[in-house]
Write a protein that binds this ligand. Structure first.
Ligand code: ZN
Length: 331
């Protein structure tokens, strides 16, 4: 079978050979087989990854993938979405990805989507896409869009050195334990071509007044900011920046998301619980936020109005206010 990238053994990094059941490492003898039609590099010891995510999280991700499918199949919704991406606060992350990928000097670049979930169709407009994820039901979705998908984690990638022009991820870095991140970063560096770029949109441990309020109740913080969304590896923006530099990436862009100005619906998504009862001000804010977020039209209209204010916010507040990051680095 002709593949877009050379596959190597995630354990010993030697070239793999294809056989009837999948692929095999001639050096260490490990075989990797198909899991419901998708080549899987999760060894029995690694399979804990399959149960790492709870059903409700997988259901949420599948829902997002359903919504993307609906948008793709309707020209009208696609147009609205294109306008949203161009002008609104909620379109920021997509905007950065599009801008960066458009700039690619390589024709038909090879893109690795780390933790691809159900996949993003617009990556395919710019090149050939390989997706990896440990969650099988999501990979089945991504397979409908991407050229190749593999079941594996990001810590031991089964790809040859310098294979990709881009390595991208969205909402992945905050879901990985900090102690494992150096492993991931060195793998990204290894599989990226020289001059290739790595683009990430990720969660960060913000230090804005919102976050300080949240953290002043450690039990609630653990429950609603860490456990429930599965954000086990949150770092301050400055810590994330240092990590990229430590792995010899050249910084092209390092900007924060969600500083003081929040997208409609964001506050109620994290504070509409016991937090609400902690202060009257928060209760009022949550009620207001829920009201505006209920209508899709109103929410997106506000998103457009808020975008220039958010740019001002970005320019004036400290880097560590960011509850999220948009980063571009070059090898
Ligand atoms: Zn091996």
């Amino acid at each position: 079978m002709k593949r877009l990238v050379g596959l190597i053994c995630p354990r010993c990094k030697k070239d793999l050979v294809e056989n009837e059941e999948g692929v095999e490492c001639p050096a260490c003898g490990t075989g990797y087989t198909f899991n419901e039609g998708i080549l899987s590099f999760l060894t029995p010891e690694d399979r804990f990854n399959e149960t790492l995510y709870e059903e409700h999280q997988i259901a949420n991700w599948l829902q997002t993938s359903d919504l993307r499918r609906r948008i793709r199949s309707s020209p009208f919704l696609s147009l609205l979405n294109a306008i949203r991406i161009r002008f609104s606060l909620s379109g920021r992350r997509d905007r950065v990805f599009l801008k960066e990928l458009k700039r690619s000097r390589t024709p038909n670049p090879l893109i690795l989507d780390l933790g691809c979930g159900g996949g993003r169709h617009y990556f395919c407009r710019f090149g050939r896409v390989v997706g990896i994820d440990p969650v099988l039901p999501l990979l089945q979705r991504a397979r409908e869009l991407y050229d190749e998908v593999y079941q594996c984690n990001g810590f031991h990638l089964p790809f040859a050195d310098e294979s990709f022009d881009f390595v991208v991820s969205t909402d992945v870095l905050g879901h990985l334990e900090n102690r494992d991140k150096d492993l991931l970063f060195s793998e990204i560096h290894r599989v990226l071509k020289k001059g290739g770029r790595t683009i990430h949109c990720s969660e960060a441990l913000g230090d804005s007044p919102w976050w300080r309020f949240a953290r002043s109740y450690p039990d609630l913080f653990q429950k609603y900011f860490i456990d429930l969304p599965g954000h086990v590896g949150m770092e301050l923006p400055s810590e994330m920046r240092a990590r990229f530099l430590k792995h010899h990436f050249r910084e092209v862009r390092f900007s924060k998301l969600y500083s003081l100005i929040q997208e409609p619906g964001a506050l109620s998504s994290v504070f509409d619980n016991e937090y609400r009862e902690k202060c009257r001000c928060m209760r009022a804010l949550v009620a207001m936020d829920k009201l505006v977020a209920r209508s899709l039209i109103l929410r997106e209209l506000l998103n457009v109005i808020l975008e220039p204010l958010a740019q001002l916010d970005d320019a004036l507040t400290p880097l560590n206010y960011g509850g999220g990051l948009l980063t571009v680095h070059e090898k």
